[in-house]
Design a protein around this ligand. Structure first.
Ligand code: URA
Length: 251
């Protein structure tokens, strides 16, 4: 390829990233690069390390009709009621159950509601939510086509991380949301979500970009949108993770 062709290709690639909303391209990647072979080895090592403890439910059954899924989600919301099961109930304004399509192929799972979510009773509607929504749109999906939920359903005071006891009490609800929706892929957003679902404590920077198994469903951990707001240069990593998710859904 001559230099004119290279320049044309580069220009096209840069226009592509610009279209996606990137203002900068990472020219110096600070994360250690790993070869494809090493990446595959890491993937299989991680997979074997993160076998989810057997649930009494085992792998999730194949399909459930839409209306059944909707009514199961409604019933679950009713069961949560005006929850007083943990200390987060003291300061919350609203329970943020989750929203989206009961038929969703992709389910995004964040950490817990922030201030805006607590006020509106909807997940990911603040600044981080806007970024997540724009990512979904750039993937040529609609926000209403996916399902968005959190590990804990009530806002932790001052946006602190949810504590272990709060996660332990609330986790069965997100687990049942997953069971009902049976998405093709779960995308866990940030450390808290990945750790809670996979029951591991590895840094998000090490596990992101690799598929894990959550009760028979592929789970892709990626960065939390709030982290990406502070570290814009890492947006492209989440973009790359999401390309793997789309590929997995196609297959
Ligand atoms: N951060 C989260 O983890 N979840 C939300 O719903 C909003 C911000």
């Amino acid at each position: 390829m001559n230099s004119v062709d290279i320049a044309k290709r580069l220009k096209k690639a840069m226009e592509f990233y610009q279209e996606l909303g990137f203002k900068y391209l990472p020219v110096k990647v600070e994360h250690k690069c790993i070869s494809v072979k090493a990446s595959k080895m890491l993937d299989s090592k991680l997979r074997s390390e993160v076998k989810i403890p057997n649930s009494p439910l085992g792998e999730l059954p194949a399909t459930t009709p839409t209306t059944d899924k909707e009514s199961a989600l409604r019933a679950l919301r009713e069961e949560i009621g005006d929850c007083q099961r943990c200390k987060l109930c003291k300061n919350r304004k609203n329970i943020v159950f989750g929203e989206g399509s009961s038929q969703a192929e992709i389910m995004f799972i964040g950490e817990g509601p922030g201030r805006d979510e607590d006020i509106q009773a909807r997940p990911f509607v603040g600044e981080a939510g806007k970024l997540l929504t724009s990512l979904i749109v750039k993937l040529k999906l609609k926000r209403e086509e996916v399902y968005i939920a959190n590990i804990v359903k009530c806002r932790p005071p001052n946006n602190r991380e949810p504590e272990d006891d709060e996660i332990a009490i609330c986790r069965s609800f997100v687990e049942r949301q997953i069971e009902i929706i049976k998405p093709k892929v779960i995308v866990s957003l940030g450390k808290v979500s990945a750790h809670a679902l996979l029951k591991i404590k590895m840094p998000i920077s090490k596990i992101r970009g690799n598929f894990f198994d959550y009760r028979g469903i592929p789970l892709m951990p990626t960065f939390h949108p709030a982290y990406l707001l502070r570290n814009k240069k890492d947006k492209w990593l989440t973009w790359a993770d999401m390309q793997k998710v789309l590929e997995k859904i196609k297959n």
